[in-house]
Design a protein around this ligand. Sequence first.
Ligand SMILES: Nc1nc2c([nH]c(=O)n2[C@@H]2O[C@H](COP(=O)(O)OP(=O)(O)OP(=O)(O)O)[C@@H](O)[C@H]2O)c(=O)[nH]1
Length: 144
Amino acid sequence: MKLKSTLALNMAKGFLVTAAIIIGEENKILIARRAASKHLAGYWEFPGGKVEKNEKEEDCLRRELMEELGINVSVINFFMLNHHQYKEKNITLKSYFCKVEEPENFCLNDHDKIEWVKVENLLDYQLAPADIPIAKALNERNSI
Ligand SMILES: Nc1nc2c([nH]c(=O)n2[C@@H]2O[C@H](COP(=O)(O)OP(=O)(O)OP(=O)(O)O)[C@@H](O)[C@H]2O)c(=O)[nH]1
């Protein structure tokens, strides 16, 4: 049984995923809660998604943010890369600082809630496990 679950872990699928750290007024950061029926339903995340074949990461962010939240973002710069192994999948998560272009009309297609949160309060939310290192790294910076 143990060997079987170890094998399952090693064979878990791997995905490259982008995450947008969107900075808004008062330097608050946008987080979104994954809707029911999704992987990690109820967890908060930095919006983004899986990079498609031959897609640039910046293009993936712009596409996902438009699909998921109906917003136009511009990508400012890369922040960090981290790997996380879930039971059913491995992800390489690449986060980028982004900014929302006007007008900010959010619609929630994949999430059931969004919030603008101060960096020091990010860890008060039930973040997707892969996002905790990002929240910690943001907290360790002097400014965002
Ligand atoms: N977008 C995003 N996904 C994250 C974050 N943290 C994290 O663990 N993930 C995981 O990375 C994967 C991202 O894929 P997604 O958002 O495109 O995928 P999804 O679950 O909607 O799946 P689908 O493509 O089958 O519809 C999900 O399994 C999600 O749980 C994050 O901060 N942002």
